[in-house]
Design a protein around this ligand. Sequence first.
Ligand SMILES: Cc1ncc(COP(=O)(O)O)c(C=O)c1O
Length: 414
Amino acid sequence: MQNLVGDVSSAARILPELDGEKLFISHGKGAYLWDSHGRKYIDTALGFGAVLVGHSNDAVVANVAKALSDAAAPSWAHVREHGAASALAAQTGALSKVIFTNSGSEAVHLACRAARAYTGKSKIAKMAAGFDGWFDDVSFGNIGSAEALFDSNQRPSTARTTLLRFNDFDDVERLFAEDGDIAAVLVEPMLANAGCIMAAPGYLKHVQEIAHKHGALVIGDEVLMGFRVFNGLTSHHYGLDPDLATVGKAIGNGVPVSALLGKPEVLAAFEEGRVLRGGTFSGNPLASAAVTSTLQLLEQADYAALMARGNELRTFIRSCFEAEGVRVTTSGYGSVFTIWLGDVEPTSYNQAAEIANTEFSKALHLALRKSGVLMMPSPYGRIFLSFEHTDSVIEEMKQAFSVAAKEIAKVFAA
Ligand SMILES: Cc1ncc(COP(=O)(O)O)c(C=O)c1O
């Protein structure tokens, strides 16, 4: 216990104690996780969105286990990498070139390098309060920072990063009028880590038009959204045609893997060896096996049905809280959404920061945990559903939410 800094290796994993006890997960299957005391939970954090075909999916486990027994790190080109790249590119249209990496942060880091190399410009414009990984360039302006709120009159910037306000059409034009050194705009199709703030109609296309007009690229950060809502990139469903995109999480169902996708001309510098890419584990056999199996399963998956189940749950959550005198609303999609106290569905980060209620979200997390549902404890946290969250799992969740709403009403009823 004393050796691990802050108890966990990623700050996102910190949870409050329940009745003086910490939570340690021992294993999972499908929609469920079990803790070290053998208690069973429905999981809605799902590896922060990574697990889409259910924990410990048999096909993924078998394929990854075979890759492990065949040699985890052969150093050289191996028999699994091309297949994984082809399976991925089959769903990503003009973004036909793939470089595998291990985490979303790495993929975004490489995307920024690609954009700088291609344009010869130095700054990346990221969305204020967007989370694009923990590497230095893009952790500027994250949630909770003064910069994310644009508190001063000046646009927050460093030598390598500048910020944009998500969903503010005029701000895109202002940015390019102020700064001629932008290599790329980095944008998620939904500002997911700030509480599932949906893009306003036409916003993504507007970002792209202005960026291209000024010789900058668009990087779609789809580490969270890619393959989660559609079998492919969410950007493509909303009129965005990014030059580069990053995917991760859902493509490997929880096995560490991510990728940079790009149009061939944009990634040519890597192909020709003019720009560095590396990574002992990039494109390793285990990751490749996980991608191939997961994408095979996603090709058969009924995304519309999953979305419908999630949307039905969202309606139920609102009504079960209302029955107890507590107004809540949700934002996002059926398979990834955030619950807000009150009836405002935020359209900007500043609005989200105003309505975010830390006490409510923590109380909801604890009440649900007592009732056997694990949910992220932050107001900006998300409920993720997997294809293993069947109708009967959703029914169990509804019961847990009804119990939790009664508990929450003791403090939060109007
Ligand atoms: C949109 C987005 N980009 C990048 C990342 C970073 O990915 P990773 O945690 O795998 O480094 C995340 C992680 O949550 C993310 O949601």
